[in-house]
Write a protein that binds this ligand. Structure first.
Ligand SMILES: [Zn+2]
Length: 376
């Protein structure tokens, strides 16, 4: 008990004083072999990319150059939006549609007003007809959107039924991020490895402990009911369904719901801590795992993209993970550690990089095949 009090007091003091940044990661002194790798072995489909800053043809051209440099065949932009924004994205992106495709979003404005559901589904269908490759849902569903009585709206809310059904009817995947990184639900303090890595040193933003947010189990149960109720809708669960901390939960989800898949972005720092377990998972569920990065156009090849390839393609050990966010000192805020590669066999790698995604993205199959250039 005393220990708890001390932790609480020191965390509180830290907020009050404006805790200094975590120190930079120490350089690893051990010299280890590194596979010479700069690009993906096969053209990859990045199923989870944030292209909010793609506004002009020049922005697209610049991104395509990065893709060419590091072996990304196709990018799925999760930030296609809705309404006028969506139409503008489709228009500006048109010359690049073989390489960069757009997922639509839902306008949550007015979710508690009558007819929201019908309106949102109709706009989504319009976006599908106009070329949206799928639907992206982010974690506000479950952790932010509220009913008039203050309770949180979950993914099995009947208002979303027409939306999930529209996706099934148009044969479009739902890229869904619900819940959040598990450390965010734990108390702030040295025992929380995300805090240890540097999160919440100056504010509590993004930590849900004691805030009245739903527990992860509540969000997970609702997600299961959503999968069960809409068997014809394909749900790609972002960030390994945010269950990467317990692979038994991941496999239970995949085993129970054939319409569930998982995407790996922002979970690589955790997956890469247990390379043997995770390699077995990739081999067994090779048809259900999608490559994604959660990256954006500002991410560099060396610091961001190569660690993804290194993780999936090599047995390299103790290397820097593709950190989603870094402190001002460059410390990786989602894990102050290094990771290990899982060296997937070529046939599994091809599925994770593109074949699984192409099941839902027939519009870019020709593009990937062209880039493969007959390589099998
Ligand atoms: Zn996202």
């Amino acid at each position: 008990m005393l220990h708890r009090i001390v932790v609480f007091v020191s965390a509180t003091l830290a907020f009050a004083q404006g805790n200094p940044e975590v120190p930079a990661m120490p350089k690893a002194l051990m010299k280890l072999p590194r596979a010479p790798i700069t690009r993906a072995k096969f053209p990859a489909v990045d199923f989870h990319f944030h292209g909010r800053t793609l506004r002009s043809a020049a922005d697209y051209q610049k991104l395509v150059r990065v893709m060419d440099e590091t072996g990304i065949g196709v990018i799925c932009n999760m930030d296609g939006g809705f309404g006028k924004t969506f139409d503008e994205n489709m228009k500006t992106g048109e010359p690049f549609r073989e390489r960069i495709i757009h997922f639509a979003r839902i306008d949550f404005e007015g979710i508690n007003t009558p007819n929201w559901s019908r309106r949102a589904a109709a706009e989504l269908e319009r976006c599908f007809r106009a070329g949206a490759a799928g639907l992206k849902i982010n974690k506000v569903l479950g952790l932010d959107l509220k009913n008039p009585d203050g309770s949180y709206i979950q993914s099995d809310d009947p208002r979303f039924d027409p939306i999930w059904e529209a996706c099934a009817r148009h044969n479009k995947p739902v890229m869904i991020h619900t819940s959040d990184s598990i450390g965010r639900f734990h108390a702030i303090g040295p025992e929380n490895e995300r805090y240890e890595a540097g999160l919440w040193r100056n504010d509590r933003e993004g930590n849900y402990h004691g805030t009245g947010h739903p527990a992860p189990e509540v969000i997970e149960k609702a997600r299961e009911r959503m999968h069960a109720k809409h068997p014809r809708t394909r749900f790609v669960n972002a960030h390994v369904a945010m269950l990467y901390y317990d692979m038994d939960k991941v496999t239970a989800l995949l085993d129970k719901y054939p319409n569930a898949d998982v995407e790996i972005s922002a979970a690589v720092q955790d997956l890469g801590r247990a390379p043997r377990l995770i390699r077995e998972f990739f081999i067994k569920y090779q048809d259900r795992i999608f490559f994604g990065s959660d990256g954006n156009p500002s991410r560099g090849v060396e610091e961001f993209w190569v660690p993804h390839w290194r993780f999936l393609e090599t047995y390299d050990e103790h290397f820097d993970h593709p950190a989603q966010i870094r402190s001002a000192t460059g410390a990786p805020l989602h894990g102050r550690w290094r990771i290990y590669g899982i060296s997937l066999p070529d046939e599994v790698l091809r599925k994770v990089y593109s074949e699984n995604a192409l099941r839902y993205l027939p519009g870019v199959r020709a593009s990937i095949e062209k880039q493969l250039g007959g390589r099998r």
